[in-house]
Design a protein around this ligand. Sequence first.
Ligand code: 13P
Length: 252
Amino acid sequence: MRRKIVAGNWKMNKTFQEADELINEIIEGLEDANHKGVDVVLCPPFTFMEMTTDYAQESEYAVGAQNVSSFDSGAYTGEVSAKMLHSMGVEYCIIGHSERRKYFNETDEQLTQKAELLLKYNILPIFCCGELLPEREAANHFEVVKSQIENTIFKLEPLDFAKVIIAYEPVWAIGTGVTATSDQAQEMHVFIRNLISEKYGKEIAKNTSILYGGSCNAINAKELFANPDVDGGLIGGASLIAIDFLKIIESF
Ligand code: 13P
């Protein structure tokens, strides 16, 4: 059966002290929260990775990175490799986030390389896809998401693909307070699951976790997660506030 996952993408937020405080609030909350059956993942900036993996040893969350190099190792100043992340106990890594596609010009080819390297080092990719507002308005959203997936993670062998987590994040919903409706999320998730089924077969499709991201918060999470094909959330802003993040985790 596919897993339910709530992952917090902190993006470029928090100081070291603030991150320490947030993690401790989440750890305390997780001790009381009813999060049975939900895998919780924290994705801090690299600078707080060591602290987050250290605390994780005593707590019930796993750690994810927000990015990884498309190179394996060597003279790539400023980059962080999958091997390094693995050596620190990082278990997940977000790739293909729309902010990285937009501001850092990430290409499909680089994303495919990143996915392959992560899998080589036993890190589960959380692959983001999603359309821009004009693309939805032009009723192109299915085509856009299809090509984002086909040009990257569909290049993986079935056994590798089976480890990928997908996050549908409509770009117009990210950080805007405008969330996709429950129907819009479910419709796209079913579309993605059908694509997987056609490419890799029913069993892999059934077992792939597809998360929703984009202005998901403590109020709307319950309705979004109630959809049969929404297997959790990739949370931005609301993951920076412990009580909100914990409420989202409890929304299943
Ligand atoms: P928000 O939850 O802030 O809209 O961000 C979503 C996101 O981009 C998670 O990766």
